[in-house]
Ligand binder design. Sequence first.
Ligand code: NAD
Length: 338
Amino acid sequence: MSKVKVGVNGYGTIGKRVAAAVSRQDDMEVAGVTKTRPTFEAQAAVDRGFDLYVPEESLQAFREAGLPVKGTIGDLYGTADIIVDCTPSDVGERYKAEYEAAGVKAIFQGGEDHSLTGISFNSTANYSESWGAQFSRVVSCNTTGLLRTLSPIDKKIKIKNVCATLVRRAADPGDSKGGPINGLEPMVKLPTHHGPDVKSIMPWLCINTMAIKASTTLMHLHTVTVELGREAKTDEILEIMRASPRVKLVRSGSGVKGTPEIMELAKEMGRDRSDMYEVVVWEDGVKAVGNMLYYYQAVHQEADVVPENVDCIRSMCKLEEDAQTSITKTNKALGIKK
Ligand code: NAD
């Protein structure tokens, strides 16, 4: 069977990782990536062997910079079976009509609203809902992290209510525009959009979220309080988490005290771009008391949605019907243990 051809529109933080992850799979390949300006990232894409597609008005600038260009962004639609749109928040929606007119499938990211596609995606929670779809949306990094732990717990022990506080990184490591650079900023409009975003995939779940922007670039950290449908023991919760895809348990006792050590661990694991694809839960920070459950988890914002994009391609392009088979295949190619 021929490989599915994947175009990546927006070769930034998420786009470059999605392109690299796609190129590691045996049932799909990168048809090309887009850049708007001839930056070092455009050069890096060429060095990695990806064909560059650029806006018509940027052709001259790329030529002058000596960067080889395969065609315009519109030309990419003709060579790809599916576009993974990784353009900045709210830019993706402007492309939807073009994808529609070109008859190409497209995946949007969490910066776009659920209403743009009517379907949102998470590998563990709802793989089959994007089966054969023309458009879907991989939810944000924080929502992906929450779904990775909440969905398996809800399947085994019904969840009554969730309250989560998200301590969010102020900017990505390569970004000099974000902030605060010294302080904590509460998101005062409550509840924050993360709870409703989880509900775009688990509509029955009662969940509210609060968020604080913190002066760090490394990861997000969540404190999660769950009211369970019945009493449970801490060990039962840990068993569920151990069995759940892309959930990694660490112990503060082993030296993983915070997000810096997790990023160091990803380097030690030899991960591409030092990416931690899994949501990381502190095993010694999980506590069930009666029907209440408390835990901490950390999300590598640049990385956790990457395997989900690969699985979403498989579901939309009907490459693999079974969620677990796709998850296992993606994991193997990216060096994720489970
Ligand atoms: P980014 O700014 O790092 O990358 C966006 C890329 O798109 C850049 O290469 C930019 O040059 C390019 N671009 C800008 N305008 C364009 C246009 N009109 N046409 C084509 N390309 C254009 O952004 P990002 O952090 O990778 O975010 C992309 C999407 O992923 C957003 O929806 C965001 O909400 C979501 N997301 C981001 C993170 C994160 O933490 N960075 C995590 C999960 C999801």
